[in-house]
Write a protein that binds this ligand. Sequence first.
Ligand SMILES: [Fe+2]
Ligand SMILES: [Fe+2]
Length: 214
Amino acid sequence: MADIINQKNQSGDVQMNWPALIRWLFQCAKPYLKKRGDILHARVAHQYALTLMKQEGGNKKIIEPAIILHDVGWSSLDPIQIQAAYGVRPKGKEADRLNRIHEREGAVIARKILQSLKYSPQFTDEIIFIIQQHDSGITAHSPEEQIVKDADKLWRFSKTGFWNEVERQGLEPAELYQYLSSRYPEWFFTDTALRTAKREIKNRAGETIQSTGN
Ligand SMILES: [Fe+2]
Ligand SMILES: [Fe+2]
C-alpha cells in the first residue's frame, strides 16, 4: 500500500497521493473504530478538521491522520469499560484511568498503522503526541493539536453527533443540550470552532424542543 500512496513522478521524485492516503487511513482505522461505533465520529470530525484548517491554517499531514486515528484506542477496552469511561455524566478516577488507556493504546495502534505506510517519522511523532493526550491534555502545544482537539469536540455539536451521543449514552436530549450549552465557551482553542459550536448549539436547541413536543 505504501507504494500506491507514495508514487514517483516523471522526474523520479517520490510524491504522496494524498486522497489515496486518507482513504487508506480510514480503511486501516475502521476495524478499531467499530468497537465503540466511532466510524461516523471519525468522518464528521475529519470534515470539521478540514473546515477549521481552511480558516485557521495548520499542517494537513499532521492534522488529518491525527483526527482519523485519534479514537482507535477504544478498541482496547470492552463495552462495560467504555461505558464507564466515557460520557457527559461525571465518573471519577476509574473513568479517567480508562480514558487514558484509550489515548495510550490509540497511540500504539496509530504508530503501527503509520509505520506500515512508511509515513514520515517526524510527522508520525507529532501525530502520536496529539493522540496520546487528545482528551486529557488541557492545553494544546501546536496549531495542529488545537485543530484536532476542536474538531473532535465539534462532533457532539453537529446534528449527527448530538443525536448519536443521546442514543449511545442513554441521555435525554435536554440533558446533553444543557451540558453542551453551559460548557462550550471554555472548550475551544480556535475562534472558528467556537463560532461553529455557537451556531450549531442553536440548531440543537430547536430540535431538542421539538423532540419533547413542547
Ligand atoms: Fe477520544
Ligand atoms: Fe473522539
